[in-house]
Ligand binder design. Structure first.
Ligand SMILES: Nc1nc2c(ncn2[C@@H]2O[C@H](COP(=O)(O)OP(=O)(O)OP(=O)(O)O)[C@@H](O)[C@H]2O)c(=O)[nH]1
Ligand SMILES: [Mg+2]
Length: 443
C-alpha cells in the first residue's frame, strides 16, 4: 500500500536528513521532487498543485531554512500535509443500532467481498466487548448470476446470517429483506447491490429507488483503488446519482500508487472509512489518515503492527515473552515461542513494512525470504531438542548437536549457527535492559 510513494519519499528525504542547514535552493529542489513523486503516483494535478503551494507557504512562514533542524521540520510538514489531504482526523467506524447499510459500487469493485469483511469486522469489534451482534446480510444483485450465491457462501465463512428473498425485482427484494431483518430483530443489515461495468443510468435509478423506499442509514461506496483517477469519475457519478456517506477503497494491496485515496478525499470531501488490502475476509483495515501519512513518509506504522499483534497473540503470551526477555533468562523454548509469535503476526516482510525506519531500508525480497527460511529451519532444530536441552542450552555438546542436526535434517553447522544467533539475542536483551525502554515501545 503506497509503497511507490514511500520509496520515492525515502530516497528524496535521505538526501537532506541529518543536515544542520539547508539552503533555499536545495529546499526548492526537494519540493520539486516531492511534486514529481506525487504526480507519478497518479494524484490529480489540481491536488498536487494545491499541496505544493501549501508546502511552499509553510516553508516560508515557518522559516524552515533558518530553523535548527530544517530537514526534520520539513519532513514533519510533509507528513502533516499528507495527513490533512487524506482526511485529517479518522472518521468513526461504528454503525448505529439498528441500521441498514447499503453497499454500492461498479461491477467487480469489491462490494460483495467488502460486505463480508465489514460484517466480520463489526462482529469482531462487538466480541471484544463481549457482545454478540445480530447481523444479517442480503443481496439484491440479480444482474450477475451467482452473485447472491457468492454472498451466501461468504456469510457462512464469516459466521453471520443470510436471507434470500424470493422476489426478483431489486426494489421489492430490498423491501422484503429489510422487513425480514426488522421482524427478526437484526441489529445490522448489510445490503449488497448490483453494479455495472460502467456508470449506467439504470443502475443509478435502481439504487435511487431502493434508497427512497428504505432510507438506509449508511450508504457506502466501494471504489476500486486500482482504477486510479477514473475512480473519481465513478465517485462523482454515484454522488450525484444516489449520494453516499463514505467510501471504502478496495484492492489497496495491489500495485496501485495510491492516487485514488488522495483524489477521492480532495474531490469528494467525504471520509474513507476502511481500506481493503486483500481477497480474504480478514483483509480490511480501518483507515487512519495519520498512520497512512506516517507510512508514506517511511516512519513505519507501529500502531497498526501493535494492533495486529494484540489481535493475534494473546496478552499472556506477550507478557511471558516480554518477561523472559527482560529477565535475561531466555531459553531456547522461549526463542521458539517467539518465532511462533512472529509467524502468527505475518511474514517478516509484512512486519518490516510496519517498523519505523525499515520501510525505507529496502530490504531485498530474497533477504526476507532467506530470513523466513531460517526461521523455519530454527524451528525444526529446536523441535529436535529435548525439553531439558531447550531449557538449558549449555548442555548442548558436540554429540548432542550431531543428534539434533540429524533429527532436524540439517547440518551440524546449522545447529551451531542457531546457537550463535541465540547467544547474540541474549546480548541484545542485555542492551535493551540497559536502555530499559522496550516496554514503552510495545505500548
Ligand atoms: N486483492 C484484492 N482483491 C479484492 C479486494 N476486494 C475484492 N477483491 C477481489 O475482487 C474481485 C471482485 O470482488 P467482488 O466482491 O465480487 O466485487 P463486486 O463488486 O461484488 O462484483 P460484482 O458482484 O460482479 O458487481 C474478487 O476476485 C475479489 O476477491 C481487495 O481488497 N484486494
Ligand atoms: Mg457482488
Amino acid at each position: 500500500m503506497f509503497d511507490f510513494l514511500t520509496n520515492k519519499f525515502s530516497s528524496i528525504f535521505s538526501k537532506i536528513t541529518g543536515r544542520g542547514s539547508l539552503s533555499k535552493e536545495s529546499l526548492d529542489d526537494v519540493v520539486q521532487k516531492v511534486r514529481d513523486a506525487l504526480l507519478e503516483a497518479d494524484i490529480p494535478y489540481k491536488l498536487v498543485d494545491a499541496f505544493v503551494q501549501d508546502i511552499r507557504q509553510a516553508v516560508e512562514s515557518q522559516k524552515i531554512v533558518s530553523s535548527l533542524k530544517p530537514a526534520e521540520q520539513f519532513i514533519k510538514l510533509i507528513h502533516d500535509k499528507l495527513q490533512e489531504f487524506l482526511g485529517g482526523k479518522p472518521a468513526t467506524f461504528s454503525f448505529q443500532i439498528p441500521s441498514l447499510i447499503m453497499v454500492m459500487g461498479l461491477q467487480g469493485s469489491g462490494k460483495t467481498t467488502t460486505i463480508a469483511k465489514l460484517a466480520l469486522f463489526v462482529k469482531k469489534e462487538a466480541a471484544k466487548k463481549n457482545k454478540n451482534r445480530r447481523i444479517l446480510i442480503g443481496s439484491v444483485d440479480f444482474y450477475r448470476p451467482a452473485a447472491v450465491d457468492q454472498l451466501e457462501i461468504l456469510s457462512k465463512q464469516v459466521g453471520v446470517d443470510f436471507y434470500r428473498s424470493s422476489q426478483s425485482d431489486p426494489v421489492r427484494a430490498a423491501k422484503d429483506i429489510a422487513n425480514y431483518a426488522k421482524q427478526n430483530g437484526y441489529e445490522h443489515l448489510f445490503l449488497d447491490t448490483a453494479g455495472r461495468l460502467h456508470i449506467d443510468s439504470q443502475m443509478l435509478q435502481e439504487l435511487r429507488e431502493i434508497d427512497a423506499n428504505l432510507s438506509p442509514k449508511y450508504k457506502i461506496l466501494v471504489l476500486d483503488a486500482m482504477t486510479g483517477q477514473e475512480s473519481l469519475n465513478v465517485a462523482r457519478a454515484f454522488d450525484q446519482g444516489v449520494g453516499f456517506n463514505s467510501a471504502i477503497l478496495s484492492k489497496l494491496d495491489s500495485d496501485t500508487r495510491g492516487g485514488a485515496a488522495f483524489g477521492f478525499r480532495y474531490e469528494l470531501k467525504k471520509p474513507i472509512t476502511f481500506v481493503g488490502v486483500g481477497e480474504k475476509v480478514e483483509d480490511l483495515q480501518a483507515f487512519y489518515p495519520e498512520r497512512m501519512a506516517g507510512r508514506i513518509i517511511g516512519m513505519g506504522d507501529l500502531s497498526s503492527l501493535i494492533e495486529k499483534a494484540n489481535e493475534k497473540i494473546d496478552q499472556q503470551d506477550q507478557e511471558s515473552a516480554y518477561n523472559s526477555m527482560m529477565s535475561g533468562r531466555m531459553n531456547l523454548q522461549d526463542f521458539s515461542n517467539q518465532l511462533d509469535m512472529v509467524t502468527k503476526i505475518g511474514s517478516l516482510s509484512q512486519i518490516a513494512k510496519y517498523m519505523p525506519g525499515m520501510g525505507n531500508m529496502n530490504i531485498p525480497e530474497e533477504k526476507m525470504a532467506q530470513g523466513e527460511k531460517e526461521m523455519i529451519r530454527f524451528k525444526a532444530i529446536i523441535n529436535s531438542m529435548t525439553l531439558k536441552e531447550r531449557l538449558m542450552p549449555q548442555l548442548l555438546d558436540g554429540s548432542r548437536r550431531k543428534r539434533i542436526a540429524k533429527g532436524a535434517g540439517v547440518q551440524v553447522e546449522d545447529v551451531n549457527y542457531l546457537l550463535k544467533r541465540f547467544e547474540e539475542s541474549q546480548q541484545y536483551v542485555k542492551l535493551f535492559k540497559k536502555f530499559g525502554k522496550l516496554r514503552n515501545f510495545f505500548g
